[in-house]
Design a protein around this ligand. Structure first.
Ligand SMILES: [Cu+2]
Length: 677
């Protein structure tokens, strides 16, 4: 409804060289000076020396929060009377300054380090979102949350543990387990699962988890092989009790074990694999200086957020800005089984479980091969104390096969160049699943994100001829589900002013201009307003080209980068489903919004038990113009998982993602200078 018919693209192959100028310097010089901070100061505490004197070492406004800063935040909150015995830090993260301030920053400029915290009183459920300046020792804003309207804070680690005690103390739940032949509580594994919002009477405003259960044959037996199905407990975390027990049907507990780490189950290891060693005798070609990484013309800062995990900041190539900020801002895993005990299964692993908090330490030789540079992650725990996850982020360089090659018929020229990529990655374990997030930067200017989905399937007791699950082992079901991610890409292609063209291939009917019917062309349609999020269409090879209308290449074409979607299905749940309202972002492949620093999360700020409508649907409600503005792309991608027998007992990596490649951004192939050896 807000599309404007555009031009037809023509491929031109002439060569003429002109220089390119630094658009990073353009961005900096064009930015407005640092503005006065908004928001009234609620309270100021001058008893401590300012951060800059006491806990220095902060060199850049986007530098990751240090352990010292996390301590300082906790102390500031204590002094302000915001914390206490029963108050938990459900989240605590760096509040990044607005973009114009960051772009105007020069080394040595004063910094105002700010944090945002989600505080939960576990005794009462009272929730507050607090903004504070560590530099000025000031609490700037305290917002009281109405949980029934605004949602709940993410699930705390301690609540995982609490659930175990709560259900095991419940007589009804124990009786339900006993009816299924399980009486040894030590081997029962209640699984704390986010509750969602289904308009169930009495639920709004209560802090809930729903609990499906598994049983191990002995402590080291993986319980996922033995779902104790047909029963679910609803747990109120504030009242610390089971509020509802749905004992729907008694189903057999699958008996066969699936212990992929047990040599007795696995059998003898194959002996045919010879070692592969990667060596870079002169060291890698990249440098890591603090959070800043430089490699082959690429430059960016690494961020790590408790909620979004790995963040790439201020990504540029050859000193030309490309992406101001890139992250996986949300993901959801909706399940397809409508059974009474599991219709509610939908996990927002970022908004409900905090992706970054689930980060795993990586091991050299297992997770990463070659010349690796690791970065640790420093994260706040529930008490607001810093904890360090060693080797959380892996940076390395990979050979990636042939970059380009030609053997010429006429000149007998034979040239081959090899491709390389820089890899920045980390892994999380969220319950049964593990996800690896891999950003790749290539020599030819391509950017790629690959999500590696692995771990263990969420299982059920297989019901004969199920329409909603695969049988993966005798009597063991694995319900169909989707893994849907949303990448927030704050684009700055050669500057702040960007626009998006939707590019479709078009068949042309035979006619006077096309007598032999061979013609096809490409149509470009400019996206002009926010309110028309887009679907991919692989039948027309649909891509989205982000251009800077004010910058042209030497052929006079606007410089651009093209988002190449995989175009897998978006959310498959019915439009009327509660999950379609809560995960509206996942109903389209592409949303484009005008930059607003407050618009961070595709499904809204507090996703846990949120009734829906927050995030992208709210952001686009104003239908702001997006043609030639400072814009943010939100790209939904993912994989729909109909589990295979081969996914059991542990799932080989399935990949999904997207790529961004230069289109007319450079003036010719930018890799001619790559040496042959
Ligand atoms: Cu899956």
């Amino acid at each position: 409804m807000s599309l404007r018919a555009g031009s037809i693209d023509v491929h031109i192959g002439r060569t003429r060289r002109i220089g390119t100028r630094s658009l990073v310097s353009f961005l900096i010089s064009a930015s407005t000076p640092m503005t006065v901070l908004a928001g009234g100061v609620v309270a100021a505490f001058a008893s401590r020396a300012p951060l800059s004197q006491e806990r220095g070492g902060i060199m850049h406004p986007l530098q990751r929060l240090t352990a010292g800063e996390i301590d300082l935040a906790r102390e500031l909150f204590e002094a302000a009377g915001l914390s206490g015995e029963t108050v938990r830090f459900a989240n605590l993260s760096l509040e990044e300054p607005p973009k114009d301030e960051v772009l105007a920053f020069e080394p040595g400029d004063p910094l105002d380090r700010r944090v945002r915290a989600v505080l939960l009183d576990v005794a009462t459920g009272r929730t507050r979102i607090v903004l504070a300046s560590l530099t000025r020792s000031a609490v700037e804003d305290v917002r009281e949350i109405d949980n029934g309207v605004d949602g709940q804070p993410p699930i705390l680690l301690e609540e995982f543990i609490a659930v175990d005690e709560i259900v095991k103390a419940d007589e009804g739940w124990r009786a339900a387990m006993a009816r299924r032949g399980v009486t040894n509580l030590d081997l029962l594994r209640p699984c704390p699962l986010s509750a969602g919002d289904f308009g169930i009477e009495g639920e709004p405003g209560r802090r809930l988890l729903r609990v499906l259960s598994f049983v191990a044959n002995r402590p080291e037996d993986h319980c996922w092989a033995h779902p104790v199905d047909g029963v679910v407990a609803y747990v109120d975390l504030t009242e610390k009790r089971v509020t509802e027990l749905i004992d729907h049907e008694v189903l057999p507990i699958p008996a066969e074990e699936g212990n992929f780490d047990d040599p007795g189950y696995v059998g003898p290891w194959r002996s045919s694999l010879r070692p592969i060693e990667i060596s870079q005798p002169e060291g890698p070609s990249f440098t890591v200086d603090g959070d800043e990484v430089v490699w082959e013309g690429w430059r960016f800062r690494i961020g790590f957020d408790p909620r979004e995990g790995l963040v790439l900041h201020q990504l540029s190539i050859q000193d030309r800005p490309l992406i101001y900020r890139a992250s996986i801002a949300e993901m959801v895993v909706p399940y397809a089984d409508p059974a009474r005990v599991r219709f509610w299964q939908n996990y927002f692993d970022a908004g409900e479980y905090l992706l970054g908090q689930q980060v795993s330490s990586l091991t050299l030789g297992c997770d990463c091969l070659g010349e690796i540079r690791y970065l640790d992650a420093v994260l706040p725990d529930g008490e607001g104390r810093p904890r360090t996850v060693e080797n959380a982020i892996c940076v390395h360089e990979e050979d990636f096969g042939v970059l380009w090659k030609h053997t010429d018929l006429f000149t007998e020229s034979r040239e081959t160049r090899r491709q390389r990529r820089l890899v920045v990655s980390y892994f999380v374990a969220v319950g049964n699943y593990d996800y690896g997030f891999y950003w790749y930067l290539y020599l030819d200017g391509r950017i790629q994100l690959e999500v590696k989905v692995t771990g263990v399937l969420f299982t059920s007791s297989y019901v004969t001829d199920s329409r909603w699950a695969s049988e993966v082992a005798p009597g063991l079901g694995a319900p169909y589900h989707q893994h849907l991610f949303n990448a927030r890409l704050d684009m700055t292609v050669d500057g702040l002013s960007n626009a998006v063209d939707e590019l479709d291939l078009v068949r042309v009917p035979a006619g006077p201009d096309n007598r032999h019917g061979n013609a096809f062309t490409r149509a470009a349609t400019r996206l002009t307003r926010e309110s028309a999020p887009r679907l991919a269409d692989s039948s027309v090879g649909r891509t989205w080209r982000i251009v800077n209308p004010n910058r042209t290449n030497r052929l006079g074409q606007p410089v651009g980068y093209q988002l190449q979607p995989e175009g897998q299905p978006v959310l498959l749940a019915d439009d009327s489903a509660p999950i379609a309202r809560r995960a509206a972002f996942a109903t389209r492949h592409l949303w484009v919004t005008r930059y607003d620093p407050a618009e961070r999360y595709p499904a809204g700020e507090l996703v846990n038990q949120h009734p829906g409508g927050a995030g992208l649907p709210a952001f686009v409600a104003g239908d702001r113009p997006i043609d030639g503005e400072d814009i943010v792309l939100w790209h939904t991608f993912g994989t729909t998982h109909v589990p295979r027998v081969e996914d059991w007992p542990v799932m080989p990596v399935q990949s999904c993602g997207f790529s961004l490649q230069p289109v007319g951004f450079f003036d010719r192939n930018p890799t001619l200078d790559v040496p042959a050896h």
